[in-house]
Write a protein that binds this ligand. Structure first.
Ligand code: ADP
Ligand code: MG
Length: 680
């Protein structure tokens, strides 16, 4: 059978089961062979019946002493019982609704029974154990356990797998021979057979390592090809620039970390190849200033800079901040956003194309087709985790190999960073501007809302401002006790009642751009005491006079998102507070929120999120735009990832477009992986 044969033609599968397999992402024969085991049950060292633990799956090797026949129970269930024994104790076996295992048992013969032991210390029982014969165990002493789906158990999948392995043509080898030799890896077909039917755990492990390598190698090749990053010369060469005049014009002095990062960036931009750097710094560490320094350098060299922000609110704020910082040097800032009216938009596009605009700030509108730059030399992407891999590529295509700087407050664990950016250089802002105090964080039950508002009122009385974040725009249909606090209802009911006489603003994603801007600038100017908002203010918004952040339904967010929201306060010199409000009483939720109360370190928080919610959640809804991996574990397979990455780069330096005939199978593999999850 060919690898792309539909799975329903595998012996024993058929159309009905094929539908169930589709739920596991299995459509073809090769998909089935790539449905890898979760773990193995080791049949080589069975446990004596007398000492089998009650709380874990166990294998017992025992002789069948007697066997009953099937009994029909009230309610239509059937039951069949047998008695077996090993040297240590008798074992009472019961099967419900399945004859299959019990029917084949013969009295006087010994079998392996796998399952969980229950009963008492003197009466050992097993219900619905899996039965394997001595011959079966000789053939494959490790039994693979597969992920299950509704109506499809691991045992059934094992049987389909056996027919698939039997019927399939041996899979072609996609990896170059020298890699197999260098890393002492088995060939593909051997690895596939061994991962499903290993003779030992070592064999399974070596098969797994080989397949993880292949998966990560393929992924790396795809990313490198997609990025089209060659080591050619940059199209925007720059000469060294003295940053002192820029630093001297600031109302404060830059932190040592800001100076260091800016120095690294300037160093890159003087080099022969395009900069590809990530600026990583916790919320409030002052990344915008470093971006301004980079734009200053580009401008001194006669190049335009484009800065892309994830939200309209943030783009507008950046445009205003950068205008203030850079206007003294004759740098003109243009704003370009999706919601702009036709006339100002035309004007902005004209200024960008003529080169009159030196710095262009916008949302993803900046990579729109109509936008033409005159001399784009530097691209800055703020809060990059909101952008897919491809969007960044598009922006870089707007010019001839421009320099690229991405900025993020989300510390990226090393493995994920390697995957997403390959050869990205990293600068870290590990120092906060002076005078910052940690934000006091408390988890609050909804009952305490009134008391909390007392506190909010006293902060407002003292001249400060507060944020209140709620999840949704409109009230939903099910307004049960668990209903989420909708931002509109909150604005009209709660905030007005509990903040009487205060100036309260409403902010959410469905407002028109001009409305958003009006609300935001009123809040910035201190004309509003409180802002009730959705998470559109999550990233980047900077109002140093705000000292309290209230987050309703805090249980809904990942810790990194909560940390981002918390980062909206504590930006000035005054003591600041964050209240995580939740009526959710679950232990796990409480643990998570407690963790945030005691930790201000964004890296620790990201690690906790990664460990507890996985990499998919880490960037929120798979916004990183990577294909789904079947086997590799990003928090564990670091070394394999590094090896795969080096190898991918070496291969592409010899065959840059992966067009050589001997790499056809590999190119095919890359296409397959990337078509499974389209990159955004
Ligand atoms: P983030 O890294 O979260 O993007 P911002 O660039 O928004 O941080 O900066 C946070 C705040 O700190 C801003 O109000 C900014 O003006 C201020 N700031 C930045 N650098 C310094 C500095 N060196 N000294 C004092 N304040 C600074
Ligand atoms: Mg920022």
């Amino acid at each position: 059978m060919k690898p792309d044969t539909p799975v329903q033609y595998v012996k024993g599968v058929g159309p009905k089961t094929a539908e169930k397999l589709a739920r596991l992402g299995v459509a073809t024969l090769s998909d089935l062979l790539e449905l890898y085991p979760r773990r193995y049950v080791d049949y080589t060292s069975p446990c004596p019946a007398a000492s089998a633990p009650f709380d874990a799956d166990t294998v017992i090797f025992a002789e069948v002493c007697s066997k009953g026949s099937a009994v029909r129970l009230p309610g239509g269930r059937t039951m069949i019982q047998a008695l077996a024994a090993d040297d240590s104790a008798p074992l009472h076996l019961t099967w419900f609704n399945t004859h299959f295992a019990a029917d084949s048992l013969r009295v006087g013969e010994s079998y392996f029974f796998e399952g969980r032991v229950h009963g008492t210390l003197t009466r050992r029982e097993m219900t619905n154990p899996i039965v394997r014969t001595v011959k079966q165990v000789e053939f494959s002493p490790m039994a693979a356990v597969y992920p299950q789906t509704e109506g499809l158990g691991s045992g059934q999948i094992s049987r389909f797998m056996a027919s698939a392995l039997e019927a399939a043509d041996p899979m072609p080898e996609p990896l170059p021979k020298e890699l197999l030799e260098r890393y002492k890896m088995p060939d593909k077909w051997t690895a596939i057979q061994n991962i499903h039917r290993p003779k030992s755990l070592q064999q399974a492990d070596s098969a797994r390592r080989r397949l993880v390598f292949e998966e990560l190698f393929t992924l790396q090749l795809g990313l490198l090809l997609l990025r089209g990053r060659d080591m050619a010369r940059t199209g925007a060469p720059m000469r060294p620039v003295d940053l002192e005049p820029f630093w001297n014009a600031l109302p404060f002095s830059p932190t040592g970390a800001q100076r260091r990062a800016s120095g690294e960036i300037c160093g890159d931009m003087q080099g022969p190849s395009p900069m590809n750097r990530l600026l990583q710094g916790d919320v409030g560490s002052g990344k915008t200033l470093v971006a301004a320094a980079a734009a200053y350098m580009a401008h001194q060299n006669g190049w335009q800079t484009a800065l892309m922000a994830p939200t309209e609110v943030l783009a507008r704020q950046h445009a205003a901040t950068l205008q203030d910082l850079l206007a003294p040097f004759g740098i003109t800032v243009a704003l370009l956003s999706g919601g702009m009216k036709a006339a100002p938009r035309r004007a902005a596009l004209g200024a960008i194309a003529s080169g009159e605009a030196d710095l262009v700030v916008g949302t993803h509108a900046v990579i729109g087709q109509q936008v033409e730059f005159s001399r784009l030399g530097l691209v800055i992407v703020d809060e990059q985790h909101r952008f897919g891999v491809r969007q960044r590529g598009l922006l870089a295509d707007k010019a001839d190999k421009p320099h690229v700087l991405v900025m993020s407050a989300t510390p990226i664990p090393r493995t994920l960073g390697l995957l997403l950016y390959g050869d990205l250089d990293i600068s870290i802002l590990d120092e906060l501007p002076p005078g910052r105090q940690p934000v006091k964080t408390r988890a609050v039950n909804g009952d305490k809302r009134r008391a909390m508002y007392g506190f909010l009122n006293s902060e407002i009385e003292a001249g400060h401002q507060v944020y209140i974040v709620c999840p949704r725009v409109e009230d939903g249909e099910n307004d049960g006790p668990d209903a989420l606090q909708s931002v509109k209802r909150y604005y009209t009911d709660v905030a007005q009642a509990l903040l009487p006489g205060r100036r309260v603003g409403l902010m959410h994603g469905k407002l028109r751009p001009a409305e958003k801007e009006a609300v935001m600038s009123a809040f910035k100017a201190g004309e509003l005491d409180a802002l009730v908002s959705t998470t559109v203010i999550e990233v980047g918004v900077d109002v140093p006079n705000a000292t309290v952040m209230v987050i309703e339904n805090a249980e809904r967010y990942g810790l990194s998102a909560l940390h981002q929201l918390r980062g909206r306060v504590g930006r000035g010199a005054s003591e600041s507070w964050c209240f995580l409000v939740s009526d959710h009483s679950g232990e796990a939720t409480a643990d998570r929120l407690r963790f945030l109360c005691h930790t201000q370190d964004g890296f620790e928080i990201a690690k906790y999120d990664l460990e507890n919610r996985g990499p998919g959640d880490f960037f929120g809804n798979r916004q990183h735009g990577l294909p789904t991996l079947r086997l590799a574990d990003l928090s564990a397979d670091t070394r394999t990832l590094e090896a795969a990455q080096t190898s991918a780069r070496q291969l592409l330096s010899r065959d840059p477009a992966l067009k050589a005939p001997e790499h056809a199978a590999l190119a095919d593999q890359v296409n397959r992986l990337f078509s499974r999850t389209a990159l955004n």
